[in-house]
Design a protein around this ligand. Sequence first.
Ligand code: ING
Length: 316
Amino acid sequence: MPRHLIVGAGQLGPIARDESKARVVERLIALLHDASDQAVELLVFPELALTTFFPRWYVGDATEFDHYFHREMPDGDTQPLFDAAKELRIGFALGFAELAPDDGGTLHRYNTYTLVDRDGTEIGRFRKVHIPGHAGHEPWRQFQHAERHYFEPGPDGFEVWKAFDGIVGMALCNDRRWSETYRVMGLQGAELILIGYNTPLHYYPDPTQNALAGFHNHLVMQSGAYQNGSFIVGVAKGGIEEGVDSLAQSVIIAPSGQIIAQAITTGDEVVSARIDLDFTATYKGMLFDFERYRMPHYYGRIAAVRDDAQPPPREI
Ligand code: ING
């Protein structure tokens, strides 16, 4: 009996620095309705889907940007989104900046994804692990990428959840560039991995990579999908946002690595596909049968042999 699920990539175009949360929520609800017209059951929104990508500016006192953060989810601003999704019976993943107090009351700032079921209940949260860019002001850049000034890495690593009749994992933006991201979830049986991203087309540390932005984006997700036998939904906030041209090209990828749906604009757009989660067994149960073919006891041996490795290049 196939485990069919209709998934959607809910791509966003630019969000202006002073665009109200209410206006952004209206746009997200419009995407929900477009998804409903496509019979979508799970809609994936991008990273930091409620705000402009504010780490492109460096403010000395990071608390000046606390208005971009949310202590509660849903809250007054986002409750209409949760209500609309529940009414349409569409689950969703939403990227947002989270202000989370720990048990001792210390506030932590995370770049967070929340996964919400079709009945509006929260299934789980992922907090971005690989925080790219820089912590200090770097005036040599035309725009900053100061994520390390505003966010700390999530404490929980990469988890998976039983949801939507399958095993679902999440990752955010730079996480998708690291092969471990997919393998850690693959070892937990991930059948569907949801990824949101904000990726400037200009990469100041090495502009020769600018022309490869689209290639690298799909390369890492297609290989992650194939090598772990998982579907992947990769969703952009794209277009020219506050003067920064950002990659769109949201995709839905099969465990074969094939792209089965791709956004064709750089704006608000829903692309969808009906996937069969049982199809993951075609890869997990054969070519990438970890129990039978994977050789973890060799990996430490390789690391030990290569103890003359060169020091890593300077921080980007
Ligand atoms: N953005 C970027 C990403 O990993 C980046 C950072 C940009 C890395 C360009 C390399 C090149 O897609 C986030 N938000 O992680």
